[in-house]
Design a protein around this ligand. Structure first.
Ligand code: SAM
Length: 397
């Protein structure tokens, strides 16, 4: 069962919608837990020996792909996996569409424009604020309708989410954020926890373990989407001014409304991580969570260069990414997402040397490291989350 917690920026599914979401969650659990291991067995027992005999060496990923995509068992699993992804969005879109006008109104009632860009907005009191919110620090929202969308987002709907992170289907739309929040929970089988916060929690744990003295005054989360990781930073460092940027407007409107509902002060703005309007040296910590694999190789260098510009001397850049497998077969299975789930750039991340890309972005070799990191989990977390091992690109300016 998922530990995911319902909140007031999500629609309440009716009986049938709930049943569909439960079905998708079970189907995906079955596909990954029961059927996917069979593909590993077929590879080890039949496909790999045949390839070795034919080639006289270990096969590469392309050769594994050619052989596996001819296997009926893999074809069946792959087709079902793809269909489960489509069903996942369908099961979340229906309740969202029904309640969208009310969700938009709620988001608008919480919206607080940024006082000034990109400095530190002061806490303002307005008559519309709920009593509990008065006097507490608040976040803000700054949108830029003229911001060009990078081609790596405009070209495909990443993970098949219709309209992806950026499409407005109506004025003041928040649907992309609503759909992504619940969709992410279903996609991960509940493993990200009550507020989809596991990735932020992991990176915070990394900072506390590797940089225990760090007390950042300003933190920037790039590619923040719905702010699920950003809110974790705002809570972990309550004295800090926390910013989240993304290219998608509807996810940011949703992120702002959600964070305000949670009482977490985050300043969201619609900006491209390749070039922002923040001042040079204005952050102690610049982070991202699973953003890099949704960009492109030229963008990576520009993003790292921008991170370096934004960091004060001694500041820290951290990007959390999904490891892409250690064996050729694991890499092939990871890249199912690239070929079948519109994670087009993530294929190139399999063999990319992130440290070298950071150096091209201006960091000195000695400033950069790539770690594999698993968070020490609490007993409560162990009830729902696997102990994922993440890849972390770290660079100190
Ligand atoms: C997989 S989502 C990650 C969401 C979130 N960081 C989390 O922890 O779950 C990747 C996000 O990065 C954003 N993104 C990708 N490229 C970007 C760029 N160049 N500038 C800003 N945001 C970007 C996308 O719009 C998307 O919302």
């Amino acid at each position: 069962m998922s530990a995911f917690k319902h909140h007031d920026m999500l629609p309440t599914p009716d009986h049938d919608e709930q049943a569909r979401q439960d079905f998708v969650a079970s189907l995906r659990g079955h596909l990954s837990g029961r059927l996917m291991p069979g593909a590993y067995q077929i590879y080890e027992r039949r496909v790999a020996p045949a390839l070795r005999a034919e080639l006289g060496r270990e096969p590469d990923e392309t050769e594994v792909r050619r052989a596996m995509t001819r296997e009926p068992y893999y074809q069946f699993w792959s087709a079902m996996q793809r269909r489960s992804q489509e069903m996942l969005w369908e099961s979340v879109i229906d309740p969202t569409e029904r309640e969208l006008p009310a969700l938009i109104d709620r988001a608008k009632s919480r919206a607080k424009p940024a006082v000034k860009a990109p400095g530190a907005p002061k806490a303002l009191k307005t008559s519309k604020e709920p009593r509990a919110a008065r006097g507490r620090r608040r976040g803000s929202l700054r949108l830029d309708p003229s911001l060009p969308l990078p081609r790596y987002h405009a070209a495909v709907d990443i993970h098949l989410q219709p309209g992806a992170y950026h499409t407005d289907s109506t004025a003041d739309d928040v649907a992309a954020g609503v759909i992504y929040d619940k969709g992410l929970d279903l996609y991960m089988g509940g493993a990200l926890g009550a507020e989809n916060g596991l990735m932020g929690e992991t990176l915070v744990a990394y900072v506390k373990e590797r940089h225990p003295a760090l007390r950042p005054r300003r933190v920037l989360d790039m590619g923040c989407a719905i702010g699920n990781s950003t809110v974790v930073w705002a809570r972990a460092f309550p004295e800090a001014e926390v910013h989240g940027i993304d290219v998608g407007a509807p996810v940011l409107r949703y992120a702002h409304a959600r964070a305000e509902g949670f009482g977490a002060p985050v300043h969201f703005s619609q900006q491209n991580a390749e070039g922002t309007d923040f001042g040079s040296g204005s952050f102690d910590l610049v982070v991202s969570h699973i953003m890099l694999h949704e960009t492109s190789k030229p963008a990576l260098q520009r993003i790292f260069a921008e991170c370096r510009r934004l960091l004060r001397p001694g500041g820290l850049m951290l990007h959390l990414e999904i490891p892409r497998g250690h064996t050729v077969f694991e890499q092939f299975m990871h890249n199912w997402e690239s070929y079948n789930n519109n994670e087009t750039f993530s294929r190139y991340m399999t063999h990319i040397d992130l440290a070298a890309e950071a150096v091209k972005g201006g960091f000195a070799r000695s400033e950069v490291r790539v770690d594999e990191f698993a968070m020490q989990m609490s007993v409560a977390q162990m009830n729902y989350a696997e102990n994922f091992i993440w890849k972390i690109l770290a660079a100190e300016r």
